[in-house]
Design a protein around this ligand. Sequence first.
Ligand code: ZN
Length: 76
Amino acid sequence: MAVKKKKIGAAGRFGAGYGKVKNKLIAVERKQRIKQECPFCKGWAKRDGRSIWLCTKCGKNFAGGAFHLKTQKTKN
Ligand SMILES: [Zn+2]
């Protein structure tokens, strides 16, 4: 029988331990790799700094979420 391996992806760099935190990190880092759509044109925006986004197509600089352009609304 093959040994069951957990899919930890990019969080594998931390080695053993930190199980729950690693799972959260995977969720965040996967989301970061999704392309962010520019609100002005149909191009893609790149993160240029904390909450600053730069469109690769129209070259516009604009503000957005710190790590994702469209931030999720938190449940209160
Ligand atoms: Zn654009």
